[in-house]
Structure formats: structure tokens, C-alpha cells
Design a protein around this ligand. Structure first.
Ligand SMILES: [Zn+2]
Length: 408
């Protein structure tokens, strides 16, 4: 039950009814394609004539096309409808502290073109470069009709101003990406936090999307982000910044975090935490001599997370210890989320999923020792090859047309 918000409501009109029916038909086509008008009428309970009117409109707007004719026992042979996934394109942008990925995807979130650029430290410089790259990409594919741009960000977006307001790992503050990108491309831009984007990717394109309305996405990279979908809706909280469990203190008076707080979860359970712990313990003087074990053909400069994983695979004890410590802290935080929110699914996104045989058992063991509710939560590592952040940006644009409308 949702209470009617008397400060922000919409009364129902004939347009509301048309919009709801259109969205239902569009979703039924997505699910059952190729599908005939008669079957759509059966699936939806709408009059055949209503389905035909909606279908004509969707064809005119390029969302669907008519395909081959089917067989009917008598009367006119039905033509099948399916999503026009080849022509409708969505631009997805995954902005991360070091690199930004740009892609054009179809309605099934299959990438038709993809490229990357370094994320400049100066936001103005970066936005100018991004606009130029986007316009080049758009003009290189004139056959596509573009529906919009979705952007995944390592931070939170203020729901009023649409500015990036909390991005400690990027170091940007109050940055407006929407206005300059919209005026450069003429396309509508949707912004979303990276963890929310991953949650949306799972809701719209995931293996369990039909079976769950309570899902958490936990992104583990430079920091830790959480995207919460509860009762089928993204949880935004006051001003849009809900989900920052990465910045909840788990160690009283612990390590200083870039957010200004002490002892944040991500200071112990992120990739950066493992790298930091490894670098500190591996360079600690042993028997009066400074030892640096990064000598297996790896860089002499600061190690990367992949370096630490590789060293652990080779059996380096300090690297194993750093990863196991990280897994332990990840388990602790996840136990809190599972006990508190009882999700059906927790999707884990990040490099840790590539070494899941190491991380998974430790995480599950910690959760089993600390969570005593009867929540039946499945922990699912996401395949990083599926690029969940980028797929989430496609879902972001898609949900504007396929999502349930907010009425009343
Ligand atoms: Zn913090």
C-alpha cells in the first residue's frame, strides 16, 4: 500500500488510462515477442480494437515492427509484432574515476558500438571531451533513432537539482552533467548512481528479474555502493542519496575516509582497502630489511587490485591475507544489509566476482555466523563481462517507456 502524497499527486484522466495500457502492451510484446495482436488481447484482457490502436501507434513511433505472418485456422493470417530493437538505440555512459565507457545499445541491452576515454580530473574539461565524442558516435550511426542517454555515476544525484552531489572517489562536487550534454546532443539525459544502475540492470535484464521485487546491488570497486530495490521500487531517501552503506562506520575511530567520516565500511571492504592493506603489510621491515614482494614481473609502483589477486593466486601470504580480510569485512556489511532489509537477492558487482572461489566461501561463512533472521537471500556474483553498470544505463532510459507510471 502506498499512501497518496497530497503534495505530489496526479489525478487520473483518459490519457492516464491510455498510457497504462500502452505500457502494458509494450511490456507484453517485450516478453512474448513475436506475438500477434490477438494474443496480446488475450494476455492483456484488452479489446482487440484497443490493442490494434496501441500497436499502430507503437509502430508509428518506431518502438515495434511487424514481422512474418503466422498461421490461423481460419480468417486473416496474423502478423507478428516484435520490438524494433535494431532501430531504437540508447546511449549508455559508465563514468568511473579513471575511465569512462560509452556505448550504443539496442532495446535488449546488446552493445552495437563501444569506446572509452580517460576521465579527466577537471569536470569542465571532461564534459567538453565527452560531448565531442558523443556527437561523433551519433553521427557515425545515422541509421539509429536515439531514445536518450543514460549515465551511471560513482556518486549520488540530488533529486531536485539533478547535480552530482556526493562523489568522494571522483572528487567532483555539484557538477551539472545533464544540461551541457542535453544541449550538445539534443537527447534527454538520465543520471543514476552506479549501484542503482546495477540494480536496474538486474531488474530489467537479469536472470531472476521476474521473480524478485526485493533486490540489492552492491558494487565493490574503489569504494562500495549499494542500490536498493524494495517492494519493486528504487529506494531514494531524502534528496536521492539513500544507499550509502559504504560510508557507514563499522570500526569506531577507524581509518579516515574521503567522505569526512571515520571507519567507513568501504575503508575495510573495497578494492582500495585490500590494496592499502597489502601495500602496508608487504613493505613492512622484516629482520631489519625492507622487503617488497612486488617482484613477479609486476609494477614497482602502487599495486593494483588485479596485482594483489594475481599475487594471492601465486600463494603470496600477504596478498592472501589482504583479500581474506577484505572478504571478511564484506561479509560483515552484507550480513547487516541482509538482516536489516531481508532482500530476495544481493547482486555483487566488481572485480571480486572474478575470484569468487576465494571470496564467496568467506562471505557466506560470515553471513551465516551473523545473520539470524529467516531471510532467504541469495548472493549472486555478477559476471563482469556483462558490464552491469553500462547495462543499467540502458535500463535507465528504457524504464521511462516500459516502467509502471506513477499515478495518484
Ligand atoms: Zn566514508
Amino acid at each position: 500500500m502506498r499512501k497518496i502524497d497530497l503534495t505530489n499527486f496526479q489525478v487520473a484522466t483518459s490519457v492516464t488510462a491510455r498510457d497504462i495500457n500502452r505500457r502494458i502492451v509494450l511490456n507484453l510484446i517485450r516478453r512474448h515477442q513475436p506475438v500477434s495482436r490477438a494474443d496480446l488481447a488475450r494476455h492483456s484482457g484488452l479489446q482487440r480494437s484497443t490493442v490494434s490502436v496501441i500497436a499502430e501507434q507503437l509502430i508509428k513511433e518506431n518502438w515495434i515492427t511487424e514481422g512474418a505472418s503466422g498461421h490461423a485456422p481460419r480468417g486473416r493470417r496474423p502478423t507478428f509484432l516484435h520490438l524494433n530493437k535494431g532501430r531504437v538505440g540508447i546511449i549508455g555512459i559508465d563514468l568511473r574515476p579513471a575511465q569512462t565507457q560509452i556505448a550504443i545499445a539496442n532495446l535488449d541491452a546488446q552493445f552495437l558500438a563501444q569506446e572509452s576515454l580517460p576521465t579527466a580530473q577537471n569536470p569542465d574539461e571532461f564534459i567538453a571531451e565527452l560531448c565531442a565524442r558523443l556527437n561523433n558516435l551519433i553521427s557515425a550511426h545515422p541509421e539509429i533513432s536515439y531514445e536518450g542517454i543514460g549515465i551511471s555515476l560513482p556518486g549520488r544525484i540530488d533529486s531536485q537539482s539533478q547535480k552530482l552531489v556526493f562523489a568522494p572517489n571522483l572528487g567532483w562536487r555539484d557538477v551539472d552533467l545533464k544540461t551541457p550534454l542535453e544541449s550538445a546532443t539534443g537527447l534527454q539525459v538520465e543520471l543514476e548512481n552506479a549501484a542503482n544502475a546495477c540494480a536496474l540492470a538486474e531488474v530489467w535484464f537479469g536472470r531472476y528479474s521476474e521473480a524478485t521485487s526485493n533486490l540489492l546491488a552492491v558494487t565493490v570497486s574503489e569504494g562500495i555502493g549499494c542500490g536498493l530495490v524494495l517492494n519493486g521500487q528504487i529506494v531514494r531517501g531524502s534528496s536521492g542519496v539513500a544507499g550509502e552503506f559504504g560510508h557507514v562506520t563499522i570500526v569506531e575511530n577507524g581509518l579516515a575516509c574521503r567522505c569526512g567520516n571515520l571507519g567507513c565500511w568501504e575503508m575495510y571492504a573495497s578494492n582500495s582497502a585490500a590494496i592499502r592493506h597489502y601495500a602496508q603489510t608487504a613493505s613492512r621491515p622484516r629482520s631489519g630489511k625492507v622487503s617488497h614482494s612486488l617482484n613477479n614481473g609486476l609494477s614497482e609502483s602502487a599495486p593494483t587490485f588485479d596485482d594483489v589477486v594475481r599475487l594471492a593466486e601465486q600463494g603470496a601470504p600477504k596478498a592472501v591475507e589482504a583479500l581474506e580480510r577484505m572478504a571478511h569485512y564484506l561479509g560483515n556489511g552484507l550480513a547487516m544489509l541482509i538482516t536489516g532489509l531481508a532482500p530476495d537477492i544481493v547482486v555483487i558487482v566488481g572485480e571480486v566476482t572474478r575470484d569468487w572461489q576465494r571470496f564467496g566461501p568467506i562471505i557466506n561463512d560470515v553471513i551465516n555466523r551473523h545473520s539470524f533472521t529467516s531471510a532467504r537471500t541469495r548472493i549472486i556474483p555478477t559476471d563482469s563481462a556483462s558490464q552491469p553498470r553500462l547495462r543499467g544505463t540502458i535500463a535507465l532510459v528504457l524504464q521511462k517507456h516500459f516502467g509502471a507510471p506513477l499515478v495518484a
